[in-house]
Design a protein around this ligand. Structure first.
Ligand code: SF4
Ligand SMILES: [Zn+2]
Length: 361
C-alpha cells in the first residue's frame, strides 16, 4: 500500500514538473536535428546518419514520464499531420550522404501508432529501402513491439537490417519502478526482446548509469548486475549516463544539491568490467551526453576530455586497454566518494568539501 502511494506520488510529481511547460514554437516540417557520426556495423567502422524527428512526444512522458527524461522538451505536445511528419523525414534526407546506417530517433517510440502513424512509418521505411543504407535503427518502448507490428515491417524491409532499441535502463525491477518510474518490467522487456530476435531483427538495450536516489557505488553495481542479467538476449548494450535535463525529477534534486551526475571514473569502471563479462559478439558502448559539463557526467575538469575520448574510442573499437593509461589526482576523491556516500544516505554533490579537494571550473 505504501509502495503504491509512493508510485502515484512519483508519477504525479513527474507530471507536476511539466505543468508550466510550453512547447517551443517552430516549423513542424523540419526535423529537430540531423547529423552524421561514426558507428560500427558487422566488423566495420562506418558512417551513420542520425535523424531526430519532432513528434507529439512519448506517450508515457505525456501522461507520467521517467524521472530523468526531458525529451518532451523537444516535442510538440500536439498531433502532427502525417504530411508534416513525413516532410520532416524528407527534409532530413536531403542531407543523407549514403551513410550505411540510418538512425531515426523520435524522443519516444517509433513503433507507437499514436506517435508515428503506421502509414508514415511505412513510407519512411519504403523510402529507406530504395537507398544504399544497410541498417536502420529505431527506438521503442516494449509495449509497442508485437508480432503483427514486426511482420508488417518485415514485409517492407526484407532486404535491409533493422535494429530495435529498448530503454530497459536497469534489470532491477525495483530500481526501474521506484527510481526511474519507467512503467514496465523486466519481463515486459524480455517478451519484446524475444519477439525482436525471433523476427531476425537486431536488438540494442539501453542501460542508465546513475538513476536518481542511488549512490555512485550502487549505480556501478546496478549496471554490472544488469549486464549479467541481459547479456544473452541482446546484440548491443548501450550505456546512457544520466545528464540533468530540464523539468525532470533529476533536475529538481540536482538544484537542491541532492544529485550529482556520474563520475567518468565510474563509467570507465563499468565499461571495463562489463566488456569482460560479455561474449565477443555483444557490443558494449556508451554515449555521454553533456560529458565534462556540470549537468553531464564529469570528473574534476582537468581530465574529463581524456576520459571522454577514451570512452568514445572504446565504444567504437571495443578495446578496454584505452582506460589503462587514464590517471588523475581526482581518482582519490572518487574513491572517497564511493566510501562516504554509504554513510550519507544519498548522492554527494560537487559542493560538499571532500578530503582531497580539486579545483572546480
Ligand atoms: S525515457 Fe523513454 S519512455 Fe521514458 S519518458 Fe523518456 S522517451 Fe518516454
Ligand atoms: Zn581528474
Amino acid at each position: 500500500m505504501r509502495k503504491q502511494l509512493y508510485m502515484e506520488e512519483l508519477s504525479n510529481f513527474c507530471r507536476w514538473l511539466k505543468k508550466n511547460f510550453v512547447p517551443k514554437p517552430g516549423d513542424h516540417t523540419r526535423p529537430a536535428r540531423c547529423w552524421s557520426e561514426k558507428d560500427f556495423l558487422d566488423n566495420r567502422i562506418v558512417d551513420a546518419f542520425v535523424i531526430v524527428l519532432k513528434t507529439r512526444g512519448c506517450s508515457w512522458a505525456l501522461n507520467h514520464g521517467c524521472t530523468m527524461c526531458g525529451y518532451f522538451n523537444e516535442s510538440t505536445w500536439k498531433k502532427l499531420s502525417e504530411e508534416d511528419l513525413f516532410r520532416q523525414f524528407e527534409t532530413a534526407m536531403e542531407q543523407y550522404n549514403g551513410e550505411k546506417i540510418v538512425k531515426i530517433y523520435t524522443s519516444g517510440s517509433f513503433l507507437d501508432n499514436q506517435e508515428i502513424k503506421p502509414v508514415v512509418r511505412k513510407k519512411i521505411l519504403q523510402t529507406l529501402t530504395k537507398t544504399t543504407v544497410e541498417m536502420v535503427s529505431v527506438e521503442t518502448r516494449p509495449e509497442y513491439v508485437s508480432y503483427d507490428q514486426l511482420e508488417d515491417i518485415k514485409k517492407i524491409f526484407r532486404t535491409k537490417l533493422l535494429e530495435i532499441s529498448i530503454g530497459l535502463e536497469t534489470a532491477n525491477d525495483f530500481v526501474r519502478k521506484y527510481s526511474i518510474n519507467k512503467g514496465f518490467t523486466l519481463d515486459d522487456y524480455k517478451k519484446a526482446a524475444d519477439m525482436v530476435k525471433k523476427n531476425d531483427f537486431r536488438l540494442k538495450t539501453y542501460l542508465l548509469i546513475k538513476p536518481p536516489f542511488l549512490t555512485e557505488k550502487e549505480s556501478i553495481l546496478d549496471s554490472i548486475s544488469s549486464v549479467k542479467k541481459i547479456m544473452d538476449c541482446t546484440d548491443t548494450i548501450s550505456f546512457n549516463p544520466v545528464n540533468v535535463q530540464r523539468n525532470t525529477v533529476v533536475e529538481y534534486l540536482w538544484r537542491r544539491n541532492e544529485y550529482r551526475p556520474p563520475w567518468l571514473w565510474s563509467i570507465a569502471e563499468i565499461l571495463k568490467k562489463c566488456k569482460k563479462l560479455v561474449k565477443d559478439d555483444v557490443r558494449i558502448k556508451c554515449d555521454v551526453a553533456g560529458g565534462g559539463k556540470k549537468r553531464g557526467a564529469h570528473n574534476c575538469g582537468r581530465c574529463d576530455r581524456r576520459f571522454l575520448s577514451a570512452i568514445a574510442s572504446f565504444s567504437l573499437n571495443q578495446k578496454e586497454e584505452v582506460f589503462d593509461k587514464l590517471e588523475c589526482r581526482c581518482r582519490e576523491v572518487w574513491y572517497d566518494q564511493l566510501e562516504i556516500e554509504n554513510l550519507s544516505f544519498g548522492s554527494l554533490t560537487d559542493n560538499i568539501p571532500l578530503t582531497h579537494p580539486v579545483s572546480w571550473r
